[in-house]
Design a protein around this ligand. Sequence first.
Ligand SMILES: NC(=O)c1ccc[n+]([C@@H]2O[C@H](COP(=O)([O-])OP(=O)(O)OC[C@H]3O[C@@H](n4cnc5c(N)ncnc54)[C@H](OP(=O)(O)O)[C@@H]3O)[C@@H](O)[C@H]2O)c1
Ligand SMILES: [Zn+2]
Ligand SMILES: [Zn+2]
Length: 348
Amino acid sequence: MPLTSSFAAQSATSPLAPYEITRREVGPTDVQIDIEYCGVCHTDIHQSKNDWGASNYPVVPGHEIVGKVITLGSEVKYLKIGQRVAVGCFVDSCHTCSSCKADLEQYCLNGFTATYNSTTKDPGGFTYGGYSKSIVVDTHFVLTIPDGLDPAGAAPLLCAGITTYSPLRHWDIKSGMTVGIIGLGGLGHMGVKLSHAMGAKTVMITTSKNKAADAMKLGADEVLISTDAVAMNAMTNQFDFLLNTIPVPHDFNYYMPLLKVDGTMCIVGSVGPTAELNTGPLIFGRKSVADSLVGGINETQEMLEFCAKHNIVSEIEVIKMEEINYAYERMLKSDVKYRFVIDMNSLS
Ligand SMILES: NC(=O)c1ccc[n+]([C@@H]2O[C@H](COP(=O)([O-])OP(=O)(O)OC[C@H]3O[C@@H](n4cnc5c(N)ncnc54)[C@H](OP(=O)(O)O)[C@@H]3O)[C@@H](O)[C@H]2O)c1
Ligand SMILES: [Zn+2]
Ligand SMILES: [Zn+2]
């Protein structure tokens, strides 16, 4: 079985360091991908540091994977050797439940297999992600990168892109609507670009005054500094939809007055238990709070085509694999512009 170099966290407190993993043999419906780039999602930090209490060590993070096909399974017809492909947040699901049949593999009723830290029959017993030289994946879960999309800039589309695209589509965001994107990090900057491309008036809601000019360049029509209570108050009842990407527990109630009657705040940050939700402002406005998880495989391919059509990629800082711990430190200080992407050629 092929050995692959990777970077792994060995415990919640240890920095990521080199680690050798074994990938499974390429099965009939699999492809082996030589990984060129892998984006760095805040989820990688949550999982490396066991923020959710469910990490199985060693954790090899990475679910924004772009690379080239180097081995084809015997039954794989539609991909070619050398083709540029991508893998996102999950690599298997049951294919038979109502969610899978509805192309919503991310809501598989029998549980999808995440790209890393999920139980698997593969060597090691847990999936290992994209902070590695190569990966073997069933073709059902492999996306193709449209011509013209820069491969490094496209990597973050596989999580940050689809996680913001899917709820914007689900809530039918379009011209005439006002959308607030809360938090200008990896997800938030994709949310601004995509909401703008869908035609909505898009407001960046940020704690960081120094990101205001960037937000406008990314496509925001306005910037609202969330720590400015007077400015927040002035925007009461203005928003059809809020996409909340904050990665830490916080008081949702602070943002609810921004919504119009029938407005929805969709939380995509993985924050777990948080402040109690005050239902008062929801009742007096039929407002909703929702959550959303990445997007299905078909929708992810649709998002990639949408991005190619609208010339959208992520704003990235390309780093070497050995710089990953420094990148995590910066992300924890909200200092990322606006997604780190690892050049996998830097890993020997
Ligand atoms: N639902 C899903 O399917 C899904 C998929 C991927 C990721 N996630 C989760 O989404 C979250 C965001 O991920 P990301 O990669 O975009 O993170 P990120 O790049 O670190 O960006 C998060 C941004 O949130 C804002 N923020 C940070 N701390 C804050 C605080 N205490 N109060 C208010 N705002 C704060 C900052 O923006 P400003 O400086 O602009 O305030 C920061 O840049 C993570 O929890 C991640 O696990 C969920
Ligand atoms: Zn992610
Ligand atoms: Zn299923």
